[in-house]
Design a protein around this ligand. Structure first.
Ligand code: SF4
Ligand code: SF4
Length: 60
């Protein structure tokens, strides 16, 4: 499961652009996470402020 720390996200769009599944969408100042996430972690790796993290089942 992908989680976004909304307090950290500043809507730069880097994660949106890099997601291979086009699962992220930025509308105004809100990052939407779709239902097609592969939990690959690529978006989390590029977020400049560490606002994204892939949680395993034990962390949910
Ligand atoms: S974890 Fe991978 S598939 Fe899921 S939103 Fe991020 S880049 Fe896209
Ligand atoms: S890369 Fe990080 S700061 Fe930029 S829109 Fe995505 S979650 Fe927000």
């Amino acid at each position: 499961m992908l989680r976004v720390k909304r307090i950290s996200c500043f809507y730069c769009g880097t994660c949106v652009a890099i997601c291979p599944r086009a699962n992220l969408e930025l509308i105004d100042s809100y990052l939407f996470i779709g239902k097609d996430c592969a939990e690959c972690g690529i978006c989390a790796g590029v977020c400049p402020v560490g606002a994204l993290e892939v949680l395993n089942e034990e962390q949910i």
